[in-house]
Write a protein that binds this ligand. Structure first.
Ligand SMILES: [Zn+2]
Ligand SMILES: [Zn+2]
Length: 149
């Protein structure tokens, strides 16, 4: 579920039972967010309305929002899903009803991780995208991610 406010896109974090929290889809850097009632009619609170970036480029067609925030690929042998964000690859560590946790797959010593919505939009809800290693080298073909050793 996504909302557009003042030209910026937000994704819904439905983990709270009584309110819906909307976080800027450009997470990691931007802390803009607002809170609505569960029915999404009223904005209750807007703790941060300042974005740290330009309005994102996206378009809406027939009510569908087009902008890939998290890209998903498969691993060649296992077929396991692998997510790519900002040029780094992540494996699926935990899956919950409303969210999925991904952790950096390049190094077991890296603490980079993110939580995304489990609704098909895969918006990043929470993230730490600071890596302690260079970007991994990989090659993507037909939705499959091949890593160079
Ligand atoms: Zn923002
Ligand atoms: Zn990493």
């Amino acid at each position: 579920m996504l909302a557009i406010l003042d030209g910026y896109s937000f994704c819904a974090d439905d983990r709270n039972k009584t309110t819906t929290h909307w976080v800027c889809t450009n997470t990691g850097l931007c802390r803009a967010r607002f809170i609505t009632t569960k029915g999404r009619e009223f904005i209750i609170k807007m703790p941060t309305s300042q974005h740290t970036h330009e309005r994102p480029e996206f378009f809406i067609k027939n009510g569908v929002f087009y902008r890939k925030i998290v890209q998903i690929f498969r691993r060649p042998n296992s077929g396991n899903k692998v997510a790519v964000v900002e040029g780094y690859s992540f494996y699926r560590a935990n899956k919950f009803q409303h969210s999925i946790i991904w952790r950096c797959s390049a190094s077991s010593h890296c603490l980079a991780r993110f939580t995304c919505s489990n609704d098909g939009y895969l918006c990043i809800l929470k993230s730490n995208l600071v890596h302690n290693h260079p970007k991994p080298q990989f090659h993507i073909q037909d939705g499959v991610l091949y890593r160079f050793k």
